[in-house]
Design a protein around this ligand. Structure first.
Ligand code: PLP
Length: 468
């Protein structure tokens, strides 16, 4: 007799449990084609369930073709219903050099990761209220398929916002809403890189950025960055690149702001070499000294593709970014975005449009600016308290600074010793393509850390270094 059992406390119904056990055994060839199954009454008695339970399971097995009833004879396993079971592959350790580390640090660690904004300050109740408003009062079309380019409401408010805050010159139809800057950069690389053409990138570059270009098929050509940004005198004259990727307002990781002379040289270079400039403007709203430098896009809207994101200014979990394209690229990118994922989620797009339009974004940026400014000050204070031979690099902006400690080599071993003390630090060397220039520098993100945690983290780093 069949060795079956059922669990009366399971979330699955009894017929479903009987169905599962029989279908699995048929698939695994434990019950073979042509084999006779017990009658429903027999099986019900055997398992201790009502006959109806077995009849329901048998009905389903019959509908799906696992079994057949031969009138006057009984119930039999059908032909062709077993499947050779393959052993599932074991998950492999990922060793791909293009793989990006996932941003989930241990909960207890003090993590100086640069890309994390202050998640504890996300404007939850405003966002929640606006989401409710949008869900209750939007037209039905919002809940259907929408234009790949992004909803008009968001592109309209974004155009006004970018013009006012970043000096970006564009029409709303030149904007494509993307799932973060990451998707925009992937699309740009995928569709602008042509055979035999290189993509110029900054060196060092964010570890999140390099794999995007490489995985989209780019042959990258690094150009060195100094304290002011990309060194335009090092741009190669023997190449016509597809595009030059720059972060001119606050270079990542070194933190420089590209001076106007270099901006002009870069634009002239791009024009001469028939290349685009891709400007990543990921955190420029947060400037703590002086006036933020306007975008490069405003200098040359036909040659500069401007890429922005709401990941730093609001939250990376929204996955909302955008590209501002020269007119002649818009149609092509509108189509490419459609093929990729149809469009970015429109309910959040609409909430964001209201958030900007009703002045909440400006208010949030003002608030966050003062918080980040305090956190940066706390970081500088702690560094000055614990170290005497140091340099801080980068403009007072964004959510990170670069700390250079004289005589220290931030090797993997040292990073691990600091990690053993519950502090995660990020040396610049892994961000660099030409090696051994930044061995004594680390990127210190302060965006998501309270002043107390910053002090505690810096003091623990100091203790480890003292005991070397
Ligand atoms: C230089 C740079 N640009 C942009 C981004 C934002 O990417 P996304 O908008 O996809 O979150 C990051 C993320 O860390 C970054 O390091």
């Amino acid at each position: 007799m069949l060795n079956f059992s059922v669990n009366r406390f399971s979330e699955k119904t009894l017929p479903q449990q009987v169905y599962d056990q029989i279908s699995n055994r048929i698939l695994n060839n434990e019950f073979q084609a042509g084999e006779r199954l017990p009658s429903s009454r027999e099986l019900a008695n055997n398992i201790g369930v009502s006959r109806n339970v077995v009849l329901e399971a048998y009905d389903q097995l019959m509908i799906e073709g696992y079994i057949e009833v031969r009138p006057g004879s009984g119930t039999y396993v059908s032909q062709g219903s077993s499947l050779l079971v393959k052993k599932s592959e074991q998950p492999l350790e990922l060793e791909d050099q293009n793989h990006v580390s996932e941003p989930f640090p241990s909960v207890d660690a003090i993590d100086f990761k640069a890309s994390n904004p202050a998640m504890d300050y996300f404007p939850r109740s405003i966002w929640g209220n606006l989401t409710k408003e949008v869900c209750l009062h939007s037209e039905d079309r919002l809940f259907g398929y929408n234009p790949s380019q992004g909803i008009t409401e968001l592109r309209n408010v974004l155009t006004r916002y970018l013009s006012r805050v970043r000096g970006v010159k564009c029409h709303p139809d030149q904007i494509i809403i993307t799932s973060g800057a990451t998707q925009g950069l992937y699309l740009i690389t995928k569709f602008l890189t042509t055979h035999n053409k290189k993509v110029i990138i900054e060196d060092p570059i964010a570890d999140e950025m390099l794999p995007i270009f490489k995985n989209a098929g780019a042959d990258v050509l690094p150009v060195l960055v100094d304290e002011k940004g990309i060194m335009t005198e090092c741009l190669p004259t023997n190449h016509d690149p597809s595009f030059i990727f720059v972060v001119p307002s606050h270079q990542f990781p070194l933190g420089g702001t590209l001076p106007i002379q270099r901006r002009i040289q870069l634009i002239e270079y791009a024009r001469e070499h028939n290349a685009y400039i891709v400007e990543d403007d990921y955190d420029s709203e947060f400037t703590y000294e002086g006036i933020p430098v306007a975008s490069m896009q405003g200098l040359d809207p036909d040659n500069v593709i401007y890429v922005g994101t709401f990941s730093k200014i609001l939250s990376p979990s929204l996955r909302i970014g955008y590209m501002v394209l020269p007119w002649h690229l818009v149609e092509q990118f509108r189509q490419k975005k459609w093929y990729l994922d149809r469009h970015t989620g429109t309910i959040d797009q609409m909430v964001l449009a209201h958030f900007i339009n009703e002045g909440y974004l400006d208010r949030h940026v003002r608030r966050m600016k003062s918080i980040y400014k305090q956190r940066r000050k706390a970081m500088v204070r702690s560094i000055s308290k614990h170290f005497s031979h140091f340099k801080i690099h980068g403009k007072a902006a964004g959510m990170h600074l670069v700390l250079e400690l004289e005589g220290v080599d931030f090797t993997e071993k040292l990073v691990n010793r600091i990690k053993d003390q519950g502090v995660i630090i990020y040396p610049i060397e892994p961000y660099a393509i030409s090696k051994r220039k930044h061995k004594n520098k680390i990127v210190m993100g302060y965006g998501s850390l309270t002043e107390d945690l910053i002090e505690e983290g810096v003091s623990r780093i100091k203790k480890v270094l003292e005991n070397l």
